[in-house]
Design a protein around this ligand. Sequence first.
Ligand SMILES: Cc1cc2nc3c(=O)[nH]c(=O)nc-3n(C[C@H](O)[C@H](O)[C@H](O)COP(=O)(O)OP(=O)(O)OC[C@H]3O[C@@H](n4cnc5c(N)ncnc54)[C@H](O)[C@@H]3O)c2cc1C
Length: 500
Amino acid sequence: QTNARMTKADNMNKGRQVKQCIKSLILDNCDASGTPDVIIVGSGVAGSALAYTLGKDGRRVHVIERDLTEPDRIVGELLQPGGYLKLIELGLEDCVEKIDAQQVLGYALFKDGKHTKVSYPLEKFHSDVSGRSFHNGRFIMRMRAKAASLPNVQLEEGTVTSLLEENGIVNGVHYRTKDGHEHKVYAPLTIVCDGCFSNLRRALCHPKVEVPSHFVGLVLENCQLPFANHGHVILGNPSPVLFYPISSTEIRCLVDVPGQRLPSISNGEMANYLKTVVAPQVPSELHDAFVSAIDKGQIRTMPNRTMPADPHPTPGALLMGDAFNMRHPLTGGGMTVALSDIAVLRDLLKPLHDFNDSPALCKYLESFYTLRKPVASTINTLAGALYKVFCASPDEARTEMRQACFDYLSLGGVFSTGPVALLSGLNPRPLSLVLHFFAVAIYGVGRLMLPFPSPKRMWIGIRLVLSASGIIFPIIKGEGVRQMFFPATIPAYYQSSLLR
Ligand SMILES: Cc1cc2nc3c(=O)[nH]c(=O)nc-3n(C[C@H](O)[C@H](O)[C@H](O)COP(=O)(O)OP(=O)(O)OC[C@H]3O[C@@H](n4cnc5c(N)ncnc54)[C@H](O)[C@@H]3O)c2cc1C
C-alpha cells in the first residue's frame, strides 16, 4: 500500500537516498589488519556454499566449523532440481560429481496397493537439471574443499560458543579449538549457519521450533527401487515412508514417526515397530532389504523440526540455513531454500565494497527477508501442508483429502506437473500452490458428490474444505502473507527501511 502511494517525487527522493546508502556502505577498504570481512559459523550445506560464494566474490572469509571430518547423517541427501539450479548458479555443481550421486527424475507415490508416477517438468531445460541424491557428508566435503581452495577463505575447526557484541552490534565470535584454547575473532559481518540445533540463533531471531515428527533412517542394500531414479513416497499408516537412492548401491529409507516420542532403539521397541507396523506397507521389491536393514541394527533418527523465519535484525550478524528457517523434510526442500537464500544474499552484497557500517548494512539487508519469500515460503508451505495431508487420520474429511490428493496427482498433465514443479523448486509461486491445494479440495468434494450427493457426503465435503483451509492458512500466516504474495517488485535497495 505504501509503495502504491509513492509519488514520483518520493521515488526520486528515495533514489537519491539509495545512492547515499550504497555510498555509505562502499567505504574505502582501510582494514590493513587482515581481519576477515565475514565470519561464517558452521560449514554444513549453507555455511560451505556461502563461504565459496562470498570467497569467489573476493571477500575474506573465516569459517569456523565444529567438526571438519566427513559428516555421517541422514539429512540433506536429496537435492531438488530447483536446488541443483541454484548450485549451478553459485558455480558449485561439480560438488555433486565424483560422489556417486544419483539422478532423480521425479516421484512414485504408493497408496493402498496402487501407485502413480509424477515426473519433474524438466523438458524445457537444455541441460540435465534433474535432482541429485547422495551421501550428505560427501557433498559437504566437496563444498568445503572447494571453498577452502580459494586463497581468501580460511576454514578452521572450532566450536563457536558466543557472539561478541558491543553497543548492540555483533562484531565477532568467541570460539574454542579442539586443543581447548579459547579464541576471539572479529569481523564486520558474522553469518550464523550452525544448523537445526543452533545455539546461537536465540539472539538473532524469535525461534518458534516445533517437532511434528521424527524420521527413522535405514540404508537398504542389494535391492532395486520399483522405479529407478525416482523418490518413492508410501502414503502409509500412520504417516509417510520415503525411499530414494543415495549411491549406485544404497537406498535411503526414512520412516516418519509422528509425535514427540520415538520407540526406543536400545530395547528393541523400534525394530519391532518397523517390522510389525511399517514393513507390511513397504513395496514387495524392497521388503526383504528393509527387514535386513532393521536386523543390521544401524537405525538412525532425527527430529523433523519446523521453524518459520522470524528474524530479529541485528547489526553485524545474519542467520542462514536451518538456523534461520526450517520446514518438514518430507519434500526435501531444506537445501534448496538454503542455496536460494545464498543466491539472494550474494546479489545483495555484491555491489558493496565492504561491510564496515554495520547499522546501515543491517537496514540494507532487510530486503533479504522479502526477496527470499517466493522460493522459501512456497517450499515451506508445501512441505507443511503436504505432510498433514499425507498423514493418515481417523477424520473422514482428512481421509478423503488424502485420497483426493493421490488421485489428483494420478490425473497427470498439469495436475501432476504443477504440484511437482512447486515441490522441486522449479516454479516457486505461492499463488500456484494455493490454487493447486484448493483444486485438490474441490476435486475431493466433487468425488463425494458423485454419483449422488447424500447429506452425510455433503457434510464430509464441507468439512474437507474447512480442513484444507485449517491446514494451509495457518502455515501461510506463519510465513507472512504480505511478503509471500506481494514480494518485492521494486529494486531491493528501495525496500531498506533506512530509506523510508
Ligand atoms: C531427517 C532430515 C532429512 C532431510 N532431508 C533433506 C533432503 O533430502 N533434502 C533437502 O534439501 N533437505 C533435507 N533436510 C534439510 C537439510 O538437511 C537442511 O536444510 C540443511 O542441512 C541445512 O543446512 P545448514 O548448513 O543450515 O545446516 P547443517 O548442514 O546441519 O550444518 C550446520 C553445521 O554447523 C556446525 N555447527 C553447529 N554448531 C556449531 C558451533 N557452535 N560452532 C561451529 N560449528 C557449528 C555443524 O557441525 C554443521 O556442520 C533434511 C532434514 C532432516 C532433519
